[in-house]
Structures are given as C-alpha cells and as structure tokens.
Design a protein around this ligand. Structure first.
Ligand code: NIG
Length: 404
C-alpha cells in the first residue's frame, strides 16, 4: 500500500459530526504542529508531534498549513458552446434575467448543448475538473441542466460520469432538469416531475435533483412538484432560489426537505431566519454577484442567525465563468461578511455535507479519503485574502501527490 506522510505541519482538522453552524462555523480544529499519514487513498493517522518512520514518501512542510482539499458545493461544469458574446450586454447594464427572458442566457447554452455530442461534453468537463484539481478542489458538484429535454439531460449526466471516471476529483452528479422552461415545451416542469425524474432515478440512481425557482424560470409550485417527485423517487433535492427575487422558494424547499438552498442574494430577513432555523444548508455563490450585478447573499446575517453555510464556485458559462473556489471564498469574506475561518469551513466541511459526502471528505480524519492541501503559507488566512493567487504548494487527492 502506498504511504504518504506530511509532517511538521499546522493542521486544520475540521472534523466533527454534521454541518457546522454558530461557533462551529469558525472552528478549524487546529493542531499547531503535527502530521497526517495517508495509506492508499485513505487518511490513516492525524496527530500532534512527529510520526514514527514507516517508509513511503515523507514531506517535511516546515510549519506550512495542511488542510482538507476544498469541496465545491455548487458547480455546473457541463455545457456546450460559450456565452462570451453576452458579456458586452451584461457590462453595458442588461440584467441577466432580461437576457434569459429574451431567449438568451441559459436558453442559448441549451441550444449549444443540445447540438454537442457526448465526447465534446465529456472533454469540457474533463478540462474543468483538471483545472479544479490544480487549484485544490478534491470533490465537486457537477450539474446537468442545459438540455431541458430527456435525451440531452441524459447525455450530460453520462458526460459527467465519463469525465469523472478518469479524474482524481470526486464528482457528485446533480440533475438540474428544472433549470428553465424551454420555449417549445411550456409543460416541461410538469413532465419532468411526472415522467422524467422517476425514469432518471432508475437510470442514474446516484443523482440529486435540482431546479431554479425564479421569474422566467420555474415557479414555487412547479419547483415543489419537482422536489416532491425527487423525494418520491428516493432522490435528494436542492434548489436554486432567491437569486434575483424572493418568491418563497427557500421556505418551500425547507418544507419539502431539500438538502440545500443555493444563491439567496435576494433573501429577506425572514428567509434568513427560516433557513437558519432549519436543517437546510445555505450554499452561497458570490462569484455570480461579482460577475453580474454586485449583489451578494447576506452571509453575515445567515451566520449570526445560526445557518449552516457552504460555498460553491457556481462555475457556468453565463453568471460565473470560473472554476476557482478560492475566489468564491475571497468574495464571501469581502462582500458577504464571512470571516476567513468561516469561509474555510464553508468550502470544506460544510460543502462536503451539502454534497452528501460528509463521511468521505472535507476533514482530516482517519478513514476519510486522503484529499489534502499544503498551502505555501503558514497562515491559512492567506487562502482567503490572497486572490488571483498561485495554486497551493501541494495537492494530494486520493493519497496521491498531484503533479501540477
Ligand atoms: O446558478 N441561476 C441559475 N443558474 C446559474 C446560471 C446559469 C447560466 O447563466 O448559464 C446560476 O447562476
């Protein structure tokens, strides 16, 4: 069995049961000087002090930070074509919802994705996963949602799986069939709930179901039907909600037992309290606020009210063209009011729970997958405050040191 030991490190262990909230949201579980030993693809030992010699590769990191690899709780990752021509309109002040309402935005990517074959979609996902791994992401969400009809949605899920098979990054597939309503099929949300979700639950039993609750996308009641269909089929559910308008989507998602509510830029104080009082995880996506319109979710209020918060890059061609989760961490601190420690918990431990991977990644704990980072710095706050930065010094995924 391959052994890897990282010694003389400042360890952020980030363990503990369940998603972190309140004081736990900023508790990094620091061991000032210790080591992590990996055996095969698992973490074997995490301890203060020095390791016994045991063979294998040993890295003395001279007091640098060693922490769990990042976990991206919300990323689209699979699409055809691009939307670069839209950005001039966005920069000139056209709101993203207006572009969608005029048949562009998501719908323009839907046209390109329907025209793309399996191999090119898989290649796109592969190169995005490769870039994420270099930047220190060891597990990620990957959504479909640019097909809006069964064949293309299935092709996207297949493309994601093919790309994931050759990648060291753990990928959780999310079926975002409810991303928008295609103009040629106004009854798509109802068909999705009635036929497509039960069928996909049989064909892709690992998926989680997602939808977009917004004007010009799906209504609260259409999303409710999608979430109920997911539950009836034994699948977990998530919801894009309160991004531009507060329509009651978050409250509905809580009632229907969704695992996460994602976005929340337009969440009201009542919604913040409802999210905090529930078990749902609030997934903040500040890269789209940065790219589109300077609006950010009320991260500080969510944290102060006791919400469990996770972070995602929201990588997609239209509102967040980046796969760099570190930039989302930076923005969450700069614009959404989180502290550096909270952003680290949100992008590791809590993001793992948002993806249903709390028993697999997001902490340095024996038995978990050996996904870890060594930062260049000896202070973990560098990871959050420095931006447009170099990749971490070392990225270890599945017990293997990535050659970057
Ligand atoms: O999370 N809001 C909906 N979906 C994406 C945007 C997708 C796109 O513009 O293609 C988001 O921001």
């Amino acid at each position: 069995m391959d052994r890897l030991t990282i010694r003389n490190a400042r360890l952020l262990t980030l363990g503990g049961p369940g998603p972190r909230r309140r004081a736990g949201l900023s508790d990094l579980g620091v061991i000032e000087r210790g080591f992590v030993r990996c055996s095969g693809d698992r973490i074997e030992q995490v301890q203060a002090g020095d390791p016994e010699p045991c063979g294998g590769l040993e890295l003395d990191v001279q007091g640098r930070v060693c922490m769990p690899a990042l976990v991206d709780a919300h990323a689209h990752l699979c699409w055809g074509g691009d939307r670069w021509s839209e950005w001039d309109r966005i920069r000139a002040g056209t709101p993203w919802p207006e572009i969608l309402a005029s048949g562009g935005g998501i719908l323009s990517t839907v046209r390109a994705t329907r025209a793309a074959d399996l191999a090119s979609l898989a290649q796109g996902v592969r190169s995005r996963l490769h870039a994420m791994a270099r930047l220190g992401v060891g597990a990620t969400d990957a959504k479909s949602g640019y097909g809006l009809e069964p064949q293309t949605e299935a092709r996207m899920l297949q493309a994601i799986q093919e790309a994931a098979q050759g990648s060291p990054v753990i990928v959780k597939r999310t079926f975002l069939g409810g991303h928008a309503i295609p103009p040629e099929d106004p009854s798509w949300p109802e068909r999705l709930a009635r036929e497509v979700i039960p069928d996909f639950a049989r064909r892709f039993p690992d998926i989680v179901v997602d939808a977009f609750c917004e004007r010009n996308a799906l209504s609260v009641e259409q999303c409710r039907a999608v979430l109920r269909a997911a539950r009836a089929a034994g699948l977990g559910a998530r919801l894009h909600t309160d991004q531009f308008n507060s329509l009651g989507g978050a409250e509905m998602a809580i009632q229907e037992g969704a695992r996460t509510v994602d976005h929340l830029e337009a969440a009201t104080p009542d919604t913040v309290r409802a999210v905090a009082a529930s078990t749902v995880i609030a997934v903040l996506l500040p890269c789209s606020g940065y790219a589109l319109d300077g609006r950010y979710a009320p991260g500080r209020a969510l944290a102060d009210e006791g919400a469990a918060i996770a972070l995602g890059s929201n990588a997609n061609p239209g509102s967040a063209p980046t796969v760099d989760l570190r930039f989302a961490m930076h923005l969450a601190v700069r614009h959404a009011g989180l502290t550096a420690s909270e952003a680290i918990v949100a992008a590791t431990r809590n993001a793992a729970f948002a993806l249903g991977l709390g028993e697999e990644v997001g902490a340095l704990k024996p038995g978990l997958r050996a996904n870890l980072l060594v930062l260049e710095d000896r202070d973990e706050r560098s990871l959050v405050h420095a931006f447009a930065a170099e990749p971490p010094r070392h990225v270890v995924l599945g017990g293997r040191l990535l050659q970057t």
